[in-house]
Write a protein that binds this ligand. Sequence first.
Ligand code: SME
Length: 159
Amino acid sequence: MQVQTSNSFLEQLSAVTEGWDGSVERRYCHLSNISALLNQHLERINWVGFYVMKEDRTALVLGPFQGKVACTDISLDRGVCGLAACTKGSVRVDDVHTFPGHIACDSASKSELGVPLISRSGDVVGVLDVDSAQIGRFSEDDQLLLERVAKIISEALWT
Ligand code: SME
């Protein structure tokens, strides 16, 4: 496992995720702290953050993140994030250079994991995206953990 999965990590995730008041402003407040927490706990990553589904559901828009400046809009037919949103499934890429349509934000990124955020009503509301400068950084266990994290986040911050 490349991430600390101790109770303290999950307790901290719950602490920064719980208590949403239903407003868009506070959703962004929680997502900001969650991106900081993930950045502290995930090893060997160079970007972690959120893309949020536009209201008209045509594209994803950059949300809170940690890392270098990133592209702001991703249409659903493009990139790792677009595919994760369209298929409602995680997209784990060992080598981004072999992934057709990969959108390079940080040229250092070599592997990537995009996990859809799915609301309690079953809609894709965004994508949790993590990049690493190491090829093959993300294991199946990492994917399972981040899917668990994504579920906690989307169920707490969307209706
Ligand atoms: N590589 C992503 C774009 C977002 S950045 O990695 C921050 C993609 O192909 O969707």
